[in-house]
Design a protein around this ligand. Sequence first.
Ligand code: PAF
Length: 282
Amino acid sequence: MKTVTQINDLRATINQWRKAGQKIAFVPTMGNLHDGHLSLVDDAFMRADKVVVSIFVNPMQFGANEDLDNYPKTLAADSAALTERGVNLLYTPAVKDIYPRPLKEQTYVDIPKISNIICGETRLNHFRGVTTVVTKLFNLVQPDIACFGQKDFQQLFLIKRMVEDLSMPIQIIGVPTVREKSGLAMSSRNGYLTPEEKQLASVLYSSLKYAKQYIQQGHKDYKHIKQAMQANIEQADLRTDYIEFRDANTLAEATQDTTNFVVLVAAFIASARLIDNIEFSI
Ligand code: PAF
């Protein structure tokens, strides 16, 4: 696997592949890779000739009180895992390459309304940071295809919207969430947890499955289902941030007429904030 940090080197390699008519798939990451990321890589390989992965811990998407400084950096292990997977190119830019100006003066990409709901309600400007960095990375890599995890449902939704709104010629693929045996969704933030805390955190997925089952049985009292989920989550010593019942196609709040659902949850355990979701139809 070739690793590049400079924009010129990245572009030179990509140009060669383009000239040879090869299809390029891209997996942007912040590193600290786990099986969830590797499943994005595997998916990318099924769709393209060359796979590019980026590792960049994006300061623009972290709030003032979040874990930017402590975000785990495991480049050697990440690089070994990607090499083993057969990745063709790893791009590891420096902050100054992605943001040539101080963050407050930097051009950004912001999707109104839907960036400021659900996760965006408490993580101010988080999604602006995501859509800005993904735009920049798309401009640099110019992939045909880009793969994102379904675990970050709102992020995936926003990126699809951005690509459509800005006519970016990139196919966005949502890849199913990879889970531990307990059902806990794989996440870099699970690394902050002890084995016991991980076991407790699996309540998030079991409560989502409960909501799905209940709604599919014809129950429509979302408030009641939410209360039951919250009680369940808090019994396992997690602190609920939100539980949301939304229309999976629009992200609008679910109504009595909704048929395609996504139920999303965020909760704190120890120093970690975990998210998960379940999508289903009735
Ligand atoms: O999902 C992530 O890891 C990040 O939000 C992304 C898409 C790499 C942008 O920094």
